[in-house]
Design a protein around this ligand. Structure first.
Ligand code: SF4
Ligand code: FES
Length: 282
């Protein structure tokens, strides 16, 4: 009703001033379109018996998956005096595009009938893994059992973080980058030296118990954290480079082969897993 009144009043609109640099002139031209769009929105909102995004109805407060399959198409009517709203079927989403989404995400929007054709991937279901994690300090400790949720794409460090968040808030683990760059998350997984952040859970079967222990080569501080400070003490003992005597600043020339040699050492992330390997050799 209010829109009909506004439409009547819009017919009497007058603009003062020149056409140039006059925002009022453009608003007056746009007014008819704005009223048409308002009528579209209002009429469609009355038809759409659900709440979704910015469309909220107190009498239909929840989203209805059936409405996702319905479009409400607005057309200006024959006389150009208003709009007609017509329901039309939504174009189905291509299966290969659907496959890009997680099942649980699709389930929020799709009807059970539509979901029946979409294969449930392991990603969306997750699974419960059995973990043994060493807990203790330099005075001693033991393996502690956990059953913990695992989802697709996760690495062992994700699972350790989940244990911290849900079952063992005081579990000590060192990490910084979660990208295999900082070298701080070294530990043993099933008895092998590994980076926690670079060991994917997909390398283990769902039935396998994953055992996480601190590196054996270094003294334990607590749980999975070891004291690797010995390496830094040794690094400080390495003498700094000094050019040969008598060479003026800027005159020292380095051979490419020496540049390449040093690059090898610059790649080291100081995870100290190599020391784990070496110290365990028979
Ligand atoms: S050299 Fe040793 S400490 Fe450096 S990245 Fe390799 S395994 Fe880690
Ligand atoms: S957290 Fe940095 S290498 Fe694992």
């Amino acid at each position: 009703m209010q829109l009909e009144e506004l439409k009547q009043r819009a017919g009497n609109i007058v603009v003062e001033g020149h056409r140039q640099f006059n925002p009022g002139w453009h608003l007056a031209l746009d007014l008819r379109n704005m009223l048409l769009v308002s009528e579209c929105v209002a009429k469609a909102a009355l038809i759409r018996t659900e709440s979704r995004g910015g469309h909220t109805r107190e009498d239909h407060p929840v989203m209805d998956a059936d409405w996702r399959r319905q479009l409400l198409v607005c057309n200006v009517n024959a006389g150009g005096t208003g709009v007609d709203v017509t329901p039309k079927d939504q174009i189905p989403v291509r299966p290969d595009l659907l496959g890009l989404f997680e099942y649980t995400e699709l389930a929020k929007y799709f009807t059970p009938g539509e979901l029946a054709d979409i294969p449930r991937r392991r990603a969306d279901m997750g699974y419960k893994a059995k973990f043994k994690v060493w807990r203790g300090d330099k005075s001693g400790g033991d393996l502690q059992d956990f059953t913990v949720e695992v989802n697709e794409g996760e690495v062992v460090l994700d699972v350790i973080h989940r244990l911290q968040a849900t079952q063992a808030p005081d579990m000590a683990v060192r990490w910084n980058c979660k990208a295999g760059k900082c070298g701080s998350c070294s530990a043993e997984i099933n008895g092998r030296p590994r980076l926690l952040c670079m060991t994917r859970m997909s390398v283990f079967s769902e039935e396998e118990t994953v055992t996480v222990t601190p590196m054996r080569t270094f003294p334990v501080i607590r749980d999975l954290v070891t004291d690797v400070s010995y390496n830094y003490e040794k690094a400080r003992e390495v003498p700094a480079f000094a050019p040969p005597e008598g060479v003026a600043p800027g005159e020292y020339r380095m051979q490419q082969v020496d540049v390449e040699r040093s690059q090898e050492f610059r790649k080291c992330i100081e995870c100290f897993l190599c020391q784990e390997h070496l110290s365990r050799r028979p």
